[in-house]
Structure formats: structure tokens, C-alpha cells
Design a binder for this molecule. Structure first.
Ligand code: HSE
Length: 343
């Protein structure tokens, strides 16, 4: 049996989601994958830290941070380590990065990822910052250090999207990607169409763990634009940044417009797309009123959908969860199992 020692950096919605999954599935993972996932460190800039090479009791760690609590109240282990000290001292095989996303600087996540890769640790992250701004650099650094840098959760949470395209569609040429790439806004549009106010729909999306730390990233389309950048750079051979995406969010859409669209047999969706053109890449995020018969019009709630336009298969569409605690935690688990299988 293999033991995979992990350090969890960032212990918010997603980090807690991963640990809940590990707690629930530990027996299955041993039986079906022959892997014991042992959490040896957790560090969060607001919730404190704990490290124990013999393994942290996940139930007690989750309990410690309930209702605004701190990991410092966890009995035993070492405390007071910030993220970089944790990465340097904890002896983990894999660093799971799930701190908040900053699409302008990529920090603090880029520093965390670099430190872990340079230390010879594999990295899995759901943080879009390092993937949008420095995916190639991080992948090169990982290769140089003989480890993996995986980020399945950066697009469509745990719904297999990036690994699916990179592994299963390898050999196809992808000319275009398009779809619904943000769970928060899709949830909000669905709720607003059913009569909820914008503010209530946003608050619910936050409570359900879909929204970014600063939800402007969702409603102004920055999050979806980041995902378009990731997909364009990894799958279409582009080298674009967030500023290259022609971006409009949903803040300009009124309930009146949604109602009018519904009367006309249309439904607004925030659509992200990137397409190879004769001169480069055309990338955009914008609300589009789709005919109800369009398959994307039927994708409601926090569900996302992404179509890959390929030469050998034609269009291939993946539909599934786009955000959420367990749904995104599962993306980290997929990467962990990928690492366990290939090492
Ligand atoms: N805020 C993001 C969304 C989280 O709503 O899709 C997943 O990337």
C-alpha cells in the first residue's frame, strides 16, 4: 500500500471539502486504489495551522475551524507555521493549494506552488491564479524537479475537463472551446429567471460556497475569463492573458431583460469562448440570449458545460458541476490519485 502525505494550504471551503472526502472515503481509497492519504499539515492564513508527521485527525481539524474557530485549538502537533514554513518543514509528498484566487498577481498561490515544486513536492491546486498567469512556468518547474503540477479543479471544479482534453482528446486538434464556465453566475441567472432578486441570488451562491472570495470576480466575468485563458493556452496553443479576453459580466442584465428573453423563447447564459483565427485567438466572455432549444440553455444552477470543437470527433461536450465545496474538493482528490498512480 502507498501512503501519500499531503499538506493542505488554504483551509476554506475547498480545502475543507477535500478533507471531508478523504475522511469519508479513506477505507475505499485503501481498498480500491491501495492508497492511504495522510494529512500531515494544514495551514491557513486566517484559521491558523497544525502539522503532525504521524497524521492529523481530520474530524478534529474540521471541528476546530467550525464557526470561525482556529486550528490552534487542535490539541497536539506543531502550530504557528505559515504556508511557506509548512511547505518547507512538513515533509509532505504533495501540497494541495486552495487559497483564494487573485487573477492579477496570482499571489500568494504562485509563491506557494514554486516553493513546493522547488522542494520536490508534487502540487495540486484549484487556485486559478497560478494556472492563468504561470501555467507553463510551473509545469516546467515541476518537470525540472521531477514532480507533477496538476490543476484539474481550475476549470469546472471536479468535472473532468482539462485532464479529459489533454489525455483523452490528445491527437485531436481543438479549434474552439465554448461554454458555461462560472457556477455562481449560472446559478444566479437560473434563480433570477425564477423571480429571485440579484442580491438574494448572489448571497445564496456565496452561502453555497460557489462564489469567489470577492464575488465581483464572478459577476463581472473575470473568473470565466480566467478559465478561457487556461483553456486557450493549454488546448489551443495560445499565449494569452486575462486582458486579451473581451469580457462582459452579468451586472448589466436586468430582471426585465431576462423576462423579455423568456417571452421571446430565449434564455441568457454567460458564455466563455476561445477560437483559433487566421490571426491568432479570439477570446470572449459575454451574456448571450440562447434559444431554449440550445443545449446550453438547459444547463441550470451551478452546473457548467463546455464544448470542445475537434477535427476527429466533431463537437464533444462535458456537462457537470462547476463549483462547490465537495465538487471542487473532488478535483484535488482526482489529482492526488493521478499522482499516486504514476509515482
Ligand atoms: N467562483 C467559481 C464559480 C468557483 O462560481 O464557478 C469555481 O471556479
Amino acid at each position: 500500500m502507498k501512503t501519500l502525505k499531503i499538506a493542505q494550504i488554504g483551509f476554506g471551503t475547498v480545502g475543507q471539502g477535500l478533507l471531508e472526502i478523504i475522511q469519508t472515503k479513506s477505507k475505499d481509497l485503501v481498498e480500491t486504489e491501495g492508497v492511504e492519504v495522510r494529512v500531515v499539515a494544514i495551514s491557513d492564513f486566517q484559521k491558523g495551522s497544525v502539522a503532525d508527521p504521524d497524521g492529523i485527525d481530520i474530524g478534529r481539524a474540521l471541528e476546530a475551524v467550525k464557526d470561525g474557530g482556529s486550528l490552534d485549538s487542535y490539541e497536539g502537533g506543531s502550530h504557528g507555521w505559515d504556508a511557506l514554513t509548512t511547505i518547507s518543514e512538513c515533509g509532505a509528498d504533495v501540497m494541495c493549494e486552495a487559497t483564494f484566487t487573485d487573477l492579477e498577481t496570482g499571489e500568494p498561490a504562485i509563491s506557494h506552488v514554486k516553493a513546493a515544486l522547488e522542494k520536490g513536492m508534487h502540487v495540486t491546486t484549484t487556485n486559478k491564479g497560478p494556472v492563468v498567469l504561470a501555467a507553463r512556468e510551473m509545469m516546467d518547474l515541476a518537470r525540472k524537479n521531477g514532480v507533477q503540477f496538476l490543476f484539474e479543479g481550475a476549470v469546472m471544479s471536479g468535472t473532468p475537463t482539462l485532464s479529459f482534453a489533454m489525455k483523452n482528446l490528445a491527437g485531436c486538434t481543438i479549434s474552439k472551446i465554448e461554454g458555461i464556465l462560472n457556477g455562481t453566475t449560472n446559478y444566479m441567472l437560473t434563480e433570477m429567471e425564477a423571480g429571485k432578486d440579484y442580491d438574494i441570488a448572489l448571497k445564496q451562491a456565496q452561502e453555497l460556497g460557489y462564489a469567489e472570495a470577492v464575488p465581483d470576480a464572478d459577476v463581472e466575468g473575470f473568473d470565466a475569463a480566467g478559465k478561457v485563458v487556461i483553456l486557450a493556452n493549454l488546448l489551443l496553443g495560445a499565449a494569452i492573458g486575462p486582458k486579451d479576453v473581451d469580457r462582459t459580466g452579468i451586472t448589466g442584465l436586468s430582471i426585465g431583460q431576462l423576462e423579455k428573453a423568456a417571452k421571446d423563447g430565449l434564455r441568457y447564459k454567460l458564455i466563455g469562448s476561445a477560437e483559433k483565427t487566421a490571426t491568432g485567438i479570439a477570446a470572449s466572455v459575454k451574456p448571450i440570449a440562447l434559444p431554449l432549444a440550445d443545449p446550453l440553455a438547459g444547463v441550470g444552477g451551478a452546473t457548467n458545460a463546455l464544448t470542445f470543437h475537434t477535427d476527429l470527433l466533431g463537437p464533444v461536450t462535458v456537462v457537470g458541476a462547476g463549483a462547490g465545496r465537495v465538487e471542487t474538493g473532488f478535483a484535488l482528490l482526482q489529482d492526488l490519485l493521478d499522482i499516486a498512480r504514476s509515482n
